[in-house]
Design a protein. Sequence first.
Length: 197
Amino acid sequence: MLLASFVLPCAWTAALEGAGYEPLTLYYGARMDAAEGAVRLAGAEDIPGLVAQSAVNRECLYAVDPFWEPHPEADARFESWMRKSLTLTDRDMLVTEAGGRVSGYAIAHPATPLHLPAAHDPKGIGMIDDYFHEAFAAIGAEGVAGEALRLLQAAEAALAARGARAGMVICPAGWTSKRGMLEASGHEVALTWSIRR
């Protein structure tokens, strides 16, 4: 399997498609002027709920594309990473609740060199990498917004508050409910990871 990454607009798009590459993951430009909604910071008490929602997220990812096959130890690894993330001062971990349980989560943090093509400096760019709301579980649903959108807006506001001059939201190319919400709320694809199997 081969992966390619490119920033849009890109003269290489046609060449990659002609060589058999197809979009796997889309990075949408974040809207840095967003305001917070009814979302709160995550705490240690939210870890079980984060792990449960992450398991649903992984099932959806795998249904979208077998590239995202979950690791057998995914729950334990995610729990460990969430506990570690709560101690990191460069990020905001946000959750929504429904009926006293976690219904969605987003983690707003600085971009790393792994997120961008090699020629691009990640300094000043924020990422919303771990972003899931249970409304996205219906992969092909249309018209998702509400709390899922407020969660995204809160994550974008968190990036802006930390001084990020730009931000990106990661979305698998085949996840139409998530893509639909991003595009309906004015987000545009800025970067694509494509795959050739």
